[in-house]
Structure formats: structure tokens, C-alpha cells
Design a binder for this molecule. Structure first.
Ligand code: GLU
Length: 439
């Protein structure tokens, strides 16, 4: 049976409009397949809870017609699953991992961790837990018996994590830069990573469709599923709703809470209809349809990158590398209105620029620093590239905007391009360095 969920954290005053978009997709996928849709409140970060937020969120979802099929309270009024009511479960599973040697206890104090991080930063190392407690588990266990505060950490294995995202296709991650994640905090609450994996497993979730901001967490979750020996659900990471200028939806530019739209007089049906059309289109090209019709015609595969990829491949003919095209789709899908826009947007990924929209001579020194920094990155992914470039920007003394414009022009030739870090990841380390050297 298909089982989907949304797992919001009540850290705002209502449900975020972007969460409604993912909720809608999960809801429709369950309904379409005669499956079940559940709501789970992830309230494990007690310091971030907003009073009244959970209640408002559930009311808004109900007004929108996004209603859960299951409740932990049998016969009583509807209540969602709530992680704060399941603490014993997470503790038990954290202990199970320790017994299996996949996790370990850590009693390091905040002072020690702060000192450790400061030292790593000074040595320009990636800040991560140095496994001090791993080598002295017997001692640590004694300290715990004596009442010392502790956390449980996941022992991240050295490995490559590969999975097929329902929306993005194949995703690869190197585990080498991952920190030994805390699974159980000293207050007895699980972290997001432990809570989400244990619950998705126990609640038999088959499809996890969530916002793309959770993509960096998925490798950690996969390591956890493997450590427990559990079957993994399918994962799909949906692009975030953005402002028209592609910046992150923020309170300053647009309402972010779903009820604000309803209060402005937008009908719930119209809101759902609008959200459904973000990143998906009706097979008959319709703009107006209701929830029942959406459930009938919705298919995850239509949210897929694959579909746009085949259209692009068909349109531009066999001249370009298909694998590269596939990687470019997440970068351009929201910027492309017509297939003819694909080439101008992505040309730089297939061939080095032969002209630069701004002169780069005066930046030679900074570019040399960029090269050195790029060379030092092991896992050449957008996240690491981004972090590294922010460092160089700081050292260069240039304003961030000037630095990134210069870098963008050096890599793409143009002042406007798809997201730079992701583009650099696709180009790869060698090609980026080569391009900067030719400036
Ligand atoms: N608690 C996370 C959130 O606030 C859940 C992310 C997920 O769906 O795994 O959205």
C-alpha cells in the first residue's frame, strides 16, 4: 500500500505555503493509489516551538481539505502523530544502533566541542566531531551511569551514497565530509534525522516527497536505514516555491503562511489549484481543476526531471551529452518557458566562454586564490563549492556581489546564468580551474 506523509515542525505561526504544495502532492499520491496519507508533527526542537503554531497549522490544512487518514488516538478527536509523545521509541532505537556498533555515546562538553571547532577552523579543516569519545566507550558508559549528560552519535561510514530521487534522478554523495550526526540529544529528544527515519519506517511510509532543502539530509537518512537494516522509502525532492525573481520565498516579499492567502479572499480551491501547477502541469494543459480531478490525473512521474530531459534531447538533437543535459534540468526547469530557451541558458556548460561580459583583468590575483581553493575541495559538490567561494570572497576584500559576478563571468562568460555553485559542480573541478586559468 502506498503511504505518504507530511512531517511539519511547528516552528512558525501556521503552515508554510511551500509545505502546502508538498502536502498536496503527498496527499494526491496516496489518494490516487487508494493509500493512506498521514500528518506527523516533528516537534523535537523544543526551543523553536511557536505556541499555537501546531493548532493553526492543522486547522489551515483542514480548511484546505488536506486531511490525514490516520490518528494515533483511536476513536477520539483527530490528533496527529507527535514526536514529542514518542520519546521512548527513539531512545530504544538509538540504543539498538549503539549495540550494533553503528552509533556511540558521547559525553563531550559544550566547552570541549567549541574549543575543538575553533581549532579546526583555525587549521582550515572542515569542522566535524573528532571521535574523541568513540575510542573510550567504556569510560563514557561509566560517566553516563554516574549521571553525566550524553548524546548518541551516528558513526558515519566511509562510503558513497547513491540513490534515485523520484524527481531528480540519480543523486550521489560522498560521506567523507559528513559529521558524526547527533541522533539523540542530551535532553532525551531525538534529532530530526533519527526521528524522521524511525517514524517513516514504523509508519510504513513508502514515498517521502519533501522540499529540496532536505536533500542534504537524505544521505544521512540512507546511512541510518542501512545501519538498521531497514528497507528505504522512495525519496523525491521538490523544488521550492520562489519569488518571481527566484529568491527564496520570504516574509518580506510575499505572504508565507497559507492562512494569509485565505484571509486575503483567495478560495482554498484556487490556492490548491495554483500550488498544484508549480512544477507540474495538467496532462491536458488545463489551468483550472479541482482537488478530485488533480488526484485523478496527478502522477509523480510528471513532476520528474526525466520528462523535460527527453523533450530537450528531442528538441536539440543528438549533439549534446545526455548525461549533462540531465544534470542541467534541475537548474533550468524553472527558468525555461520555451524549449528554445534551453541552449542560451546552458550553452556555457557544453563549451567554454569565448568572450566575457565584463573585463576580468583586474581580478587576476583573486582568481589565483579561487583556483587554489577549488583545488583543495575533495568532494566537489555545490555545497562545498559555495562554502569555499564565500571564504575566498571574504579574503579577497571584494564585496560579495562583485566577487560572485566576477566568478560567474569567468565560468560562464555571462553576468546572468543558472545557479553558479550547481553549474560549477556539473562542470567539474578540472574544467572550472581550466576556465579560470584561461581568463
Ligand atoms: N520536520 C521537517 C520539516 O519541518 C520534515 C522534513 C521531511 O519531510 O522529512 O519540514
Amino acid at each position: 500500500m502506498i503511504r505518504t506523509r507530511i512531517a511539519p515542525s511547528p516552528t512558525g505561526k501556521d503552515v508554510h505555503i511551500g509545505s502546502v504544495a508538498t502536502a498536496l502532492m503527498n496527499y494526491a499520491w496516496a489518494k490516487k493509489n487508494n493509500g493512506k496519507f498521514i500528518i506527523r508533527i516533528e516537534d523535537t526542537d523544543q526551543s523553536r516551538l511557536v505556541p499555537g503554531g501546531e493548532k493553526k497549522m492543522l486547522t489551515t490544512l483542514q480548511e484546505l481539505g488536506i486531511i490525514a487518514d490516520e490518528s494515533p488516538l483511536i476513536g477520539g478527536p483527530f490528533a496527529p502523530y507527535r514526536q514529542s509523545e514518542r520519546l521512548d521509541i527513539y531512545k530504544k532505537y538509538a540504543q539498538e544502533l549503539v549495540e550494533k556498533g553503528k552509533a556511540y555515546y558521547c559525553t563531550c562538553t559544550l566547552e570541549r566541542l567549541t574549543e575543538m571547532r575553533a581549532k579546526q577552523q583555525a587549521e582550515k579543516k572542515v569542522p566535524k566531531y573528532d571521535r574523541f569519545c568513540l575510542s573510550r566507550q567504556d569510560e563514557v558508559k561509566k560517566q553516563i551511569e554516574e549521571g553525566m549528560k550524553y548524546v548518541v552519535r551516528l558513526l558515519i561510514p566511509e562510503t558513497e551514497i547513491v540513490f534515485t530521487d523520484l524527481i531528480r534522478g540519480e543523486v550521489r554523495f560522498q560521506s567523507s565530509n559528513l559529521d558524526d550526526q547527533v541522533l539523540l540529544k542530551s535532553d532525551g529528544f531525538p534529532t530530526y534525522h533519527l526521528g524522521v527515519v524511525v517514524d517513516d519506517h514504523l509508519m510504513e511510509i513508502t514515498h517521502v516527497m519533501r522540499g529540496e532543502e532536505w536533500l542534504p539530509s537524505t544521505p544521512k537518512h540512507i546511512i541510518l536505514y542501512d545501519a538498521f537494516g531497514w528497507e528505504k522509502p522512495f525519496f523525491g525532492h521538490v523544488s521550492l516555491l520562489r519569488n518571481p525573481d527566484k529568491s527564496k520565498l520570504s516574509k518580506r516579499k510575499n505572504p508565507v503562511w497559507a492562512s494569509e492567502y485565505i484571509e486575503k479572499g483567495i478560495f482554498p480551491e484556487a490556492l490548491l489549484n495554483y500550488l498544484a501547477l508549480m512544477g507540474w502541469s495538467h496532462p491536458e494543459g488545463k489551468d483550472i481543476f479541482d482537488l478530485d480531478e488533480y488526484i485523478r490525473v496527478f502522477d509523480i512521474k510528471d513532476v520528474q526531471t526525466e520528462k523535460l530531459k527527453s523533450k530537450v534531447v528531442e528538441y536539440i538533437g543528438g549533439e549534446y551529452n545526455e548525461k549533462v543535459i540531465e544534470m542541467t534540468i534541475p537548474l533550468v526547469r524553472e527558468r525555461m518557458k520555451k524549449l528554445s530557451e534551453y541552449i542560451p541558458l546552458t550553452e556555457f556548460l557544453f563549451k567554454a566562454p569565448d568572450a566575457y561580459e565584463i573585463p576580468l583583468e583586474k581580478y587576476k590575483d583573486t582568481l589565483t586564490k579561487v583556483i587554489a581553493k577549488l583545488e583543495s575541495i575533495d568532494a566537489f559538490n555545490s555545497l562545498k563549492i559555495g562554502e569555499a567561494m564565500v571564504d575566498v570572497a571574504k579574503e579577497s576584500g571584494l564585496k560579495n556581489s562583485e566577487f560572485f559576478q566576477m566568478l560567474r563571468v569567468a565560468i560562464t562568460g555571462k553576468k546572468i546564468s543558472p545557479p553558479l555553485n550547481e553549474s560549477m559542480e556539473i562542470l567539474g573541478k578540472e574544467e572550472c580551474i581550466k576556465r579560470i586559468k584561461t581568463v
